[in-house]
Design a protein around this ligand. Structure first.
Ligand SMILES: Cc1ncc(COP(=O)(O)O)c(C=O)c1O
Length: 382
């Protein structure tokens, strides 16, 4: 049985064919280590980094692609942004819907004298930008917000918050894990100082790819030091982007794939991708609402959410529900707390958890019907 994949919020699957081809092509026919010497193979490998960096810069409206550093994932990017900037006595503001990629580093930083305010979101995960403004204090150094929740799909008002941050002279960091490749992100219009992204979700690249944009107005300290292929005569880490944040051999095959993912998105168009995901979300929302015993979380209006739907079925254990869907119906979902205990606490499901459906660009309407039929059957069985 071919599984129906409903877990694109964890990682997108399948990838466009061109992504598989780009990874294979790099591994099979290129294979050099960028920046390590000046032989032709190394230079060719370096061009893979440059091309993907430039594509990313166009994608996020970043003026200079050198302000983007590659990382292994957004977790590394977020850690770099937070730990590279915040110091004892600084105050940071987040929403109450953040992923553990933000919450865990901040929990550590709190033990080192950083003050952390979580602005409360409503039960559907919505955040009022005025509440963020009100939370700003004299020592506020950063506002760090996820663009959309990986639990409820709720889209956060990043443009308004970016405006507030810029007016207050506060650094604005955005976690775009659930939106890059689906919703438009413009670092200039959105006043984003630090944009973190992961390559393997909406950007359709392979796992092990991600990155961070740092505005030239600010400087962050690296999490690690090491070989960069530049200034090898010095023991000090280069202090310029992207080398300051790119120690050690990068995932160049993955970055080749990420470049192909970005090209695919550009060919299809962000509007088309968003429209398709919204159609699938509406189909799921409408169908789930008609199934007895289903409790749905997040905004009722699909314009205010991404294609992420968390739900419970009566008082059935969400892990059991996910396992039935997997083993009996061949449907891949994710249950539990989704690395987001703060978000579950906000919407009132910390004890119970939830089952999450996240269709993607390649999901068929027929698949959604099969998912709804399976949940309906389980509901009748209860
Ligand atoms: C909102 C959010 N932030 C951060 C992450 C972490 O992503 P990664 O595992 O690619 O670092 C995720 C992954 O689920 C996420 O949904």
């Amino acid at each position: 049985m071919t599984a129906i994949y409903m877990d694109n919020a964890a990682t997108s699957f399948p990838k466009p064919e061109s992504v598989y081809e780009a990874v294979d092509h790099f591994n099979r026919y290129m294979g050099g280590n960028p920046g390590r010497g000046s032989n032709q193979q190394t230079l060719e490998a370096g061009s893979v980094l440059l091309n993907t960096r430039e594509t990313l810069a166009r994608f996020f409206n970043i003026k200079d692609s050198a302000d983007i550093a590659f990382t292994l994932n957004i977790t590394e990017s977020i850690n770099t942004g937070l730990k590279g900037m915040l110091r004892a006595g600084d105050h940071v503001i987040t929403s109450s819907m953040e992923h553990n990629a933000v919450a865990r580093p901040l929990n550590v930083l709190r033990q080192h004298g950083i003050e952390w305010t979580q602005v409360a979101c409503s039960q559907d995960g919505s955040l009022d930008p005025e509440d963020v403004r009100r939370a700003i204090k004299k020592n506020t150094r950063m506002i760090c917000i996820l663009h959309a929740s990986n639990l409820t799909g709720t889209i956060m008002p990043i443009r308004e918050i970016g405006h507030i941050a810029r007016n207050a002279g506060v650094t604005f960091l955005v976690d775009s894990a659930q939106t890059a490749g689906v919703l438009p992100i413009d670092v200039e219009l959105d006043n984003i100082d630090i944009l973190t992204f992961t390559g393997h979700k909406g950007l359709l690249g392979p796992q092990g790819t991600g990155g961070i944009y740092i505005s030239p107005r600010i400087q962050v300290k690296p999490l690690k030091e090491g070989g960069t292929g530049s200034l090898s005569e010095y023991l000090e880490q280069p202090d310029f982007m992207p080398d300051i944040l790119e120690s050690g051999t990068l995932n160049t095959p993955g970055i080749a794939g990420l470049g192909a993912g970005l090209d695919f998105i550009a060919e299809q168009g962000l509007e088309k991708i968003k429209a398709r995901e919204q159609l699938l979300t509406n189909q799921l929302l409408d169908g789930l609402q008609q199934i007895p015993g289903v409790t749905l979380y997040g905004p009722a209006d699909s314009n205010r959410r991404t294609a992420v739907l968390a739900f419970n079925l009566d008082n059935m254990d969400c892990g059991e529900l996910s396992t039935y869907l997997d083993y009996e119906f061949g449907i891949t979902t994710r249950s539990g707390l989704h690395c987001s205990p703060l978000a579950h606490q906000t919407i009132g499901t910390l004890a119970q958890g939830a089952c999450r459906l996240s269709p993607g660009y390649f999901t068929e309407h027929a698949d959604v019907i099969k998912v709804l039929t399976a949940i309906d059957q389980l509901s009748r069985r209860l």
